[in-house]
Design a protein around this ligand. Sequence first.
Ligand code: ITT
Length: 210
Amino acid sequence: MRRVLIATSNPGKLRDFAGAAAVHGIEIDGIPNFSSLPLVVEDGHTFEENARKKAEEYSRYVPGEIVVADDSGLEVDALNGAPGVHSARYAADEPHLADANTDDEANNARVLRELKSIPPAKRTGRFVCVLAAARNGKTLATFRGVAEGVILDAPRGTNGFGYDPLFYFPQIRKTFAELSAEEKSKYSHRGAAFRQFLDWCEKRISENAI
Ligand code: ITT
């Protein structure tokens, strides 16, 4: 297995990828000097558009390397799919104009506010992760992972990041913030997308295609 470079500014995502990679004995790393690279503007209307854009643009800085980027977020049915692609900056006044991400606590508070009058049975939603693998500025493949759950009316758990404390996963009766790194990799949208990526890598390597 080759080394895979992850393009993300989000330490929570990096921890998730490290957890998923460890289970498969894969070596992953960040892009050298990532924080000094120009920020990619995430102005796509879909997770896929943004994931491809990030993977393609960042892969130009590390010629020949496979670069993986993910665009992900929470879709809440009662909010017509919001925060969706705006998940990282949902608490900003005008999300579509905001460049900078808002903090997790403020984003969670806004979701709770918006769902205040919504009864438990209607608080369904999902985490979505679209992962793009690129090399030399070109997308090689994309992978989509989904985790279905329910949005609680108060946070629970201290692990994870983002909306994890509000996201209850009925299958194991825990929020994502109550999961260990191994459990999150097993059940999460990011773990599911990453496993598809690994299958793809193994197949391409056996065919000598990468
Ligand atoms: P990069 O673009 O640098 O990777 P980012 O945090 O800006 O980092 P996104 O644009 O993909 O990444 O936004 C994803 C947001 O969706 C993230 O900040 C969280 O608010 C939320 N999110 C995604 N996956 C999550 C997870 O596994 N647990 C909790 N929240 C998650």
